[in-house]
Write a protein that binds this ligand. Sequence first.
Ligand code: GDP
Ligand code: MG
Length: 311
Amino acid sequence: MKELDLDAILNGGKESENHKAGFVALVGKPNSGKSTLMNAVLGEKLAIVTPKAQTTRHRIMGILNDEDYQIVFSDTPGIISPKYELHEKMMRFVEKSLEDADVILLVTSLDESHDEEDAIDKLRKVLEKRKIPLIVLLNKTDLVSQDVIEQKIARWKEVLNPQEILPISALMGVNTDQLLELILKYLPKHPAYYDKDMLTDRPERFFAAEIIREKIFLNYEQEVPYSTEVGIVEFKDEPKIIRISAEIHVERKSQKGILIGKNGSALKVIGQAARLDMEAFFGKKVFLELYVRVSENWRKKANKLNWFGYK
Ligand code: GDP
Ligand code: MG
């Protein structure tokens, strides 16, 4: 398998100076047409689609590769108003993946009247912190009249004033080419984040780390997940089983205690849940070992690259 080209990532290496790459976050209510849109845009160029959507920092759904660009689409959990502690955590997740995005696509459905206040609030907050290009997609043009489309365009201009508003029909493939052009217009110049030909061992490691991180987010209180980084130290893909060994780095000793729990009980919960997801994800048996380490400075070193597992 080809190794990921770190030089290319860090220095712009082989690719042309004008190469573009970045993360595009897809948000929107269930049934707005996100999956349909993904399929329409990726089409047969599809390089990677995760078999099972994961709630991760970058919940990767698909990568669209071309000689001059790499678009990494990531889905996020649907935006909801938090009713439980778990929802709060999920929403912090959404915020995080939105904040990390280079372009945000809000997918809305034209045939629904609801106003998606939660999504609007959330996006406003994120965009206050950092200006991220926002493209609002009015999906399902095939179901409504031109009047409805125009009303919605006016409304979205008023409430979010996004960079772009584009009516599309993901199902009929209407305006999906224009969408690609718009994404490229806002995508930063950057070398590719992932190997362009195939799913290398890097992304697989990356997914493994993300799955573990997801379980930590779902099982611990606020500051523990944010003090945590996951590194995959071994990833052995054998014919019948994948052997994965991972280190969970925390900042303080007290956090290590919390993560491990009494007699290792808390870590066991994480490990089991992560293993089951990994088995579904990789379609194979997984043997997972988890170690917790205190490394005081990881946060200072944390940058986009090591979130991706490029360590
Ligand atoms: P998701 O939950 O946001 O991923 O939504 P899906 O992609 O699963 O789509 C939800 C439903 O809307 C499915 O029945 C799709 O076939 C339908 N749908 C998606 N896009 C369109 C569209 O452009 N027009 C019409 N008529 N239906 C669509
Ligand atoms: Mg879907």
